[in-house]
Design a protein around this ligand. Sequence first.
Ligand SMILES: [Fe+2]
Length: 251
Amino acid sequence: MVDIHSHILPEVDDGPKSWDVAVAMCRMAAADGITHQVATPHANDRYHYDRPYLLGLLDHLQKLVGDSPKLGLGCDFHLSYDNLQDALANPSRYAIEGTHYMLVELSNYSVPLQTTDSFLKLGDSGMTCVITHPERNPILRESPQRVVEWAEQGCVIQMTGSALTGFWGERVRHVAQWLLEHDAVHVLSTDAHDTEKRIPVLSTARDAAAGMVGHEVAQALVEGNPRAIINSQPLPYFPRPLTGSYRKGSN
Ligand SMILES: [Fe+2]
């Protein structure tokens, strides 16, 4: 399996606080069958993103863990005005290493109509946006049809695996399942931060997805699609999403 969203570099954001924990996270990922892991430190108001410095840390971590998993660098890119201007001026700075894919996280407090325009602008600069965990966004959770529209426009939708297993509560699980059943999810990732709660494990999410949409699709979400992303290829599983109104779940 390939994990394109994780916080495994020590002391650069709210991920691991030490090299020991960073190494333990990599070992946990490898034991779960994750062969490639993309480290995606935050770039937001709280955490500065210094790519050359982060590449140095990644290199050191790879030496500590050995061959597996293979590590790459990306960014948990927060879509703020300043970040957007910088990404448009330097499209590859925030990309998953060597590819035209970049993670894009939306604000929990406001998802303005211009958001669609921002995705189009990034697309014009050569990047394909991978929208991260819309199921956990309190605004999009109420209007997941917007996520379906972005998928129709060619954005890649990345869901947190643990949303499907109930870690984030029933409401998040419900909308996650709705998006999955509407063919509007392309990748499952761990968004791991530690070895205790937000852990680098994908197999349980893959199995949960298989129970909802079948083994073949589940496998595409953790293997075929994320592997295509790290190789800068088009996604092998990219169905036309189903439209339909969303009815809220309980809680
Ligand atoms: Fe993240």
